[in-house]
Design a protein around this ligand. Structure first.
Ligand code: NAD
Length: 476
């Protein structure tokens, strides 16, 4: 399979390409992706810029039809797309199919949003004048996406961008070209005018600056690591370009003495280790009060012993591989650092399976304190640490003692503690007796502090980023 860039309505060859390797079995090469250059990106931006005015004038019905077509096809093909996703990213097959379905649902939601327009007609404070407040498209939007949700994250940026009348240039992560290509293929048959959607493969450091620096690109929506996000925000700031960033997390899961132990273990294991811990919302810090600490650690350890790590496509697998060798090395390094800093490590070693892949036993690091590196820096793998605390007040303080603020959870049967936690957790999303990862698609997604910047994604709140508000005054 050749994954080509899609520019101005046509598939676009490049001389250079890079293999798409299955992390469960490195002998399985799914295809080769184009490695685009700055000139390819410039061409895609020109195409988007040329098509933007026409799409901005499209009717809600045209937009609905396009988005509904895309959503319907993704949903109809969720098993096949989910398998592709699992093969290239390493999520288990149920996780891959679930993510593909999510992408379809997102397109369906935003198909509906094209018809549910909002606006205000008001009386002026001055006599005889009418005021109306409407939303217009932003223009050309550049979308930069990470590898860990290779179909859902592109979907949750592309769908609102198109629904609100914008032209798009998508720059997906290098490790997952297959899902981006499959999405572009579906979009190419949706009836969308040529040039409104463009896909450019290539290295972030090469094609990214062209996208961010172009004066024809009106807004940038980025999801990825903190370092890249900060650099993009600085560049957009200099150009006064609208920007939205979703970045890392060091998400706490607080387990209180009054928690239901089974729920607490389920929620923590799911949040910390499913999808191989490669979720920005993963529960990487388990903050546990002393009355339940030992029982909780023993139960989590027992659960981890019963989880199968292996090939993402096999039925018996609970946890797939890490995405690549570099990420695996980073995960193993953090386990070493945690041990050197005084943590007690359970699991966390590289595993051999009957295929060559990037397999790692889930790691639980106990006896840690919140100032250790393992509790300050995002690992982005199947690694969680436990911090023992005295009571609820200390648990909340430790949960909030981080530069991040994406998702924060508590397991408790106390209404008082749950209510207080919801009000006082410094995070964009709060979970009570639920994993920190796992969200709905019709409500806002995003964080506080170092995790996010700019307006929220998803749900009706997506309009904030993908439109510009216009206030018009009329004296009839
Ligand atoms: P990354 O920052 O390395 O890459 C993200 C994207 O940015 C890729 O497409 C990459 O090619 C591109 N990029 C790299 N350098 C660039 C540059 N100079 N200019 C423009 N684009 C550039 O992140 P990743 O490793 O792909 O993803 C993992 C990270 O993403 C983790 O930190 C995770 O927490 C974060 N993430 C956050 C969310 C969220 O919603 N908060 C969701 C998923 C992942």
């Amino acid at each position: 399979m050749e994954y080509k860039s899609f520019i101005g309505g046509a598939w676009h060859e490049t001389s250079d390409s890079t293999p798409n390797v299955n992390p469960s079995d490195t002998s399985d090469i799914l295809g080769h992706a184009a490695v685009g250059g700055a000139d390819d990106m410039a061409r895609a931006i020109d195409a988007a810029s040329g098509a933007a005015a026409q799409w901005a004038k499209s009717t809600p019905q045209q937009r609905f039809d396009v988005l509904d077509f895309i959503g319907s096809e993704i949903l109809a093909r969720k098993a096949e797309l989910g398998e592709l996703l699992s093969r290239e990213e390493g999520k288990t097959l149920p996780e891959g199919i679930g993510e593909a379905a999510r992408a379809g649902q997102i397109f369906k939601f935003f198909a509906g949003e094209t018809l549910r327009q909002t606006g205000d007609i008001l009386a002026s404070v001055r006599p005889g004048i009418g005021v109306d407040v409407t939303r217009s498209p932003v223009g050309v939007v550049g979308l930069i996406t990470p590898w860990n949700f290779p179909i859902a994250i592109p979907a949750w940026k592309i769908a609102p961008a198109l629904a609100f009348g914008n032209a798009v240039v998508l720059k997906p992560a290098e490790l997952v070209p297959g899902c981006a290509h499959a999405l572009a293929d579906i979009i190419s048959r949706s009836g969308l005018p040529e040039g409104v959607f463009n896909l450019v493969f290539g290295r972030g450091s090469v094609v990214g600056p062209e996208l961010i620096g172009s004066n024809k690109v009106n807004a940038i929506s980025f999801t990825g690591s903190v370092g890249t996000g900060r650099a993009i925000a600085a560049d957009c700031g200099k150009l006064l370009k609208k920007v939205q960033l979703e970045m890392g997390g060091k998400n706490p899961m607080v387990v209180l003495d009054d928690a239901d132990l089974d729920i607490a273990v389920d929620v923590s294991v799911n949040g910390a280790y499913f999808s191989t811990g490669q979720r920005c919302t993963a529960s990487s810090r388990l903050i546990v009060t002393e009355g339940i600490h030992d029982k909780f650690v023993a139960a989590v350890e027992e659960r981890l012993n019963n989880l199968n790590v292996g090939h993402a496509l096999r039925k018996e697998t609970h946890i797939g591989p890490v995405v690549d060798e570099k990420q695996l090395q980073q995960d193993l390094d953090y386990v070493d650092i945690a041990a050197k800093d005084g943590g007690k490590v359970i699991g966390g070693q590289r595993l051999n399976r009957d295929t060559e892949g990037f397999f790692m036993a889930p790691a639980l690091v106990t006896e840690t304190t919140n100032d250790m590196r393992i509790n300050r820096e995002e690992v982005f793998g199947p690694v969680a640490s436990v911090v023992r605390v005295k009571d609820y007040d200390e648990a909340l303080a430790v949960a909030n003692d981080t530069e991040f603020g994406l998702s924060s959870g508590v397991c408790t049967t106390s209404l008082k503690h749950a209510s207080h936690f919801k009000a006082n957790a410094e995070a964009g999303m709060v979970m009570v007796n639920l994993p920190t990862a796992g969200v709905d698609y019709h409500v806002p997604f995003g964080g506080t502090k170092g995790s996010s910047f700019g307006s929220r994604e998803q749900g009706t709140y997506a309009a904030e980023f993908y439109t510009t508000v216009k206030t018009a005054y009329t004296l009839p």
